[in-house]
Write a new protein. Structure first.
Length: 234
């Protein structure tokens, strides 16, 4: 059973999330502050985290950075903060998705399902088979990706990628040299209900370029076909 850690200091929202998650057969742990969340995560490692940023004892970004030292569980930020800079900061800190309050419970549950599917990975095939790279290692002139170990390095330094970023890369590498449409990427990575949400791709591709490309404004490997999709050249 999938275990979800809810980190939220609004009791009514916590109750609503607990009811909806347990009705769908999730195990739920709830914490009203950052310290309790980190303690619970250490005792009962979660399969996914729903994290508010405005906690009473510490900022949610700090909680996320601490979790990311040892956990690869997908983290979905659920916050009233809605500026682009705040979303980018959360993604940089390790968030896999960002949901702005108020939100639809059905949308949150769909995004949670998508995030846990990405972490589970493809069934019946190794990551190397899924990407067509027998060794699971992709080397370029700028960076190296170990798709089996989920390790990325650039100029010899380790780069942390989120599960969503890895999934995007795997789809692009599987189609190396070929255009992958926005619709196809959205469907494969986020699911069929997100096929028109091209803003997701723009945010995540910008993140990947900043982490991997030498010159993110003039990408060599993660190439855009304007209005159409993306292509991995390497």
């Amino acid at each position: 059973m999938t275990r979800v850690l809810v980190v939220e200091d609004e009791p009514q929202l916590v109750r609503a999330l607990e009811i909806n998650l347990r009705a769908r057969k999730y195990d739920v742990d709830a914490a009203g502050d950052g310290a309790t969340a980190l303690s619970l995560a250490a005792q009962h490692p979660p399969d996914a985290v729903l994290l508010d940023l405005g906690l009473p004892d510490m900022d949610g970004i700090q909680v996320m950075r601490t979790l990311r030292r040892w956990s690869r569980a997908p983290i979905l930020v659920v916050s009233a903060r809605n500026t682009s800079d705040e979303k980018v900061e959360a993604l940089d800190a390790g968030a896999d998705d960002y949901i702005t309050k108020p939100f639809s419970m059905n949308e949150l549950l769909a995004r949670l399902r998508a995030a846990t599917r990405r972490t589970d990975g493809p069934k019946g095939a190794s990551s190397a088979e899924a990407t067509g790279a027998e060794s699971g290692v992709v080397r370029t002139g700028g960076f190296t990706l170990d798709l089996l170990a989920k390790k990325a390095t650039r100029d010899g330094a380790a780069i942390r990628l989120t599960p969503t970023e890895w999934h995007l890369l795997e789809v692009l590498i599987r189609n190396r040299g070929r255009l992958v449409t926005q619709r196809q990427l959205l469907q494969e990575v986020w699911g069929p209900t997100y096929r028109t949400q091209s803003n997701y791709l723009r945010v995540y591709m910008a993140q990947l370029r900043r982490k991997l490309e030498t010159d993110p404004s003039h990408p060599r490997y993660l190439v855009t076909a304007p209005g159409m999709g993306y292509r991995f050249e390497g």
